[in-house]
Design a protein around this ligand. Structure first.
Ligand code: NIG
Ligand code: FE
Length: 395
């Protein structure tokens, strides 16, 4: 779209910048957009002239959601595994190998169509930035193509060759770690911004995880980690040691884990350098206890919310659903949950151009079919996303 765009008549604008309360709320506001960026935020009554207009009709507007954790490159589904869990089976992560088989057997186009389908689904629910992981290929060629396809859709791509040890390496995990650090990383790195490891009993131990993440760092990738999902373990503290942007899941934390995260606090009071990303869709879909968000928030740890969209443990692409779960089940306030799903996700990706609606930010806006952001938790399951503007372009 050429020319400027004015989003006006906003009843409640969440800026995550200057304004009322932790969400930086402004009332009766307008946002002027030029060349994909926010260039002015102010009272609707004083809005400058523009070439194009969106009338929010008094509704709430917030930054597009930043979903910093999703596994979109896969084939098949595991609905039967979900049904078995709902009948009492535990979640162990063992089903990952089922998806690996289906993914390896899929064509590039089948994978591409699935990524686009899920990305479109998320966009319609207000997600304007979405991280996408590999991790269901687990061969050099399948990880490289997973990331190549992911990179067609998002710049936030993550190499997760260390998701599980694939069946053909089951009795020689050291060899698999060598493959991940060597040829697989070399083939994946051109398409990846981040490296991730599932550091958990049954997946990768702390020494393997450290070795793989260090190789990724040496290749120029940023570190993120699946940690402390299924039980207590060293993952969170390894993440802090390696200056991870985010440690994800954080369902089983010791006092020392929380303290280690809190110790990464920036000196200017702007939160922690390593973010705890909570994924309540996974606890919902595996019927597991939710992480203790209050404990993290009260310790000063920066918290993000993400979907973990994947065919096994959390097959949702809906950030509004995760916000509602975080409020109802994790005792986050609606303001904390909305911040975590927008600015928190941006921190987890070390981005300062998204998750906020302040001059200079990317013009990613969501117009709600509601007068307040509170409705995201108050009206769960209701399609409240009236309009999405991405990069200054109404979708
Ligand atoms: O984030 N924990 C590891 N990976 C995914 C689950 C993947 C799967 O079950 O397919 C997760 O929950
Ligand atoms: Fe995950």
């Amino acid at each position: 779209m050429s020319g400027s765009l004015l989003v006006g008549n906003i009843g409640e604008l969440v800026t995550n910048g200057a304004g009322e309360g932790p969400l930086g709320i402004r009332r009766n506001a307008a946002v002027l957009v030029e060349e994909g960026r926010v260039v002015w935020v102010g009272p609707s009554a004083y809005a400058p002239a523009a070439d194009h207009h969106v009338d929010a009709g008094g509704a709430a507007v917030l930054p597009g959601f930043v979903d910093s954790h999703a596994h979109l490159v896969f084939a098949g589904d595991r609905a039967a595994e979900f049904a078995a869990r709902m009948a009492g089976e535990p979640y162990t992560g063992g089903g990952i190998r089922t998806t690996v088989g289906a993914t390896r057997a899929a064509t590039d186009d089948e994978l591409r169509v699935n990524v686009r389908r899920l990305r479109g689904e998320a966009l319609r629910q207000g997600t304007t930035t979405m991280e996408i992981k590999s991790g269901y290929g687990l061969t050099v060629a399948d990880e490289a193509r997973s990331l190549r396809i992911a990179a067609e859709t998002s710049p936030e791509t993550t190499f997760l060759g260390a998701h599980v040890v694939p069946a053909e390496y089951a009795d020689r995990p050291d060899d698999y770690v060598g493959l991940v650090c060597g040829p697989m990383l070399a083939a994946a790195a051109p398409y990846a911004k981040w490296i991730d490891v599932f550091c958990e009993r049954g997946a990768f131990d702390v020494d393997h995880a450290r070795a793989i993440l260090a190789c990724g760092q040496a290749a120029g990738l940023g570190v993120r980690l699946h940690a402390n999902q299924l039980g207590p373990g060293p993952g969170v503290q390894l993440g802090v040691e390696l200056d991870a942007a985010s440690v994800d899941h954080c369902t089983h934390l010791s006092d020392a884990d929380v303290a280690a995260l809190a110790d990464t606090a920036h000196s200017d009071g702007s939160g922690t350098r390593t973010v705890a990303t909570l994924l309540p869709g996974a606890e919902f879909s595996t019927r597991s206890p939710y992480p203790d968000a209050r404990r993290l928030l009260d310790a000063g740890v920066t918290v993000a919310l993400a979907t973990d969209c994947n065919p096994g443990s959390s097959y949702t692409s809906s950030m509004p659903f995760c916000v509602a779960l975080a409020v109802r089940e994790m005792r986050m306030t609606p303001a904390e949950a909305v911040w975590a799903a927008t600015a928190g996700g941006a921190r987890a990706l070390r981005r300062d151009d998204v998750g906020v609606l302040t001059p200079g930010a990317r013009a990613d806006l969501v117009v709600l079919d509601a007068p307040s952001y509170l409705h995201l938790a108050y009206r769960p399951g209701v399609p409240l996303i009236r309009q999405v503007i991405r990069n200054g372009v109404p979708q």
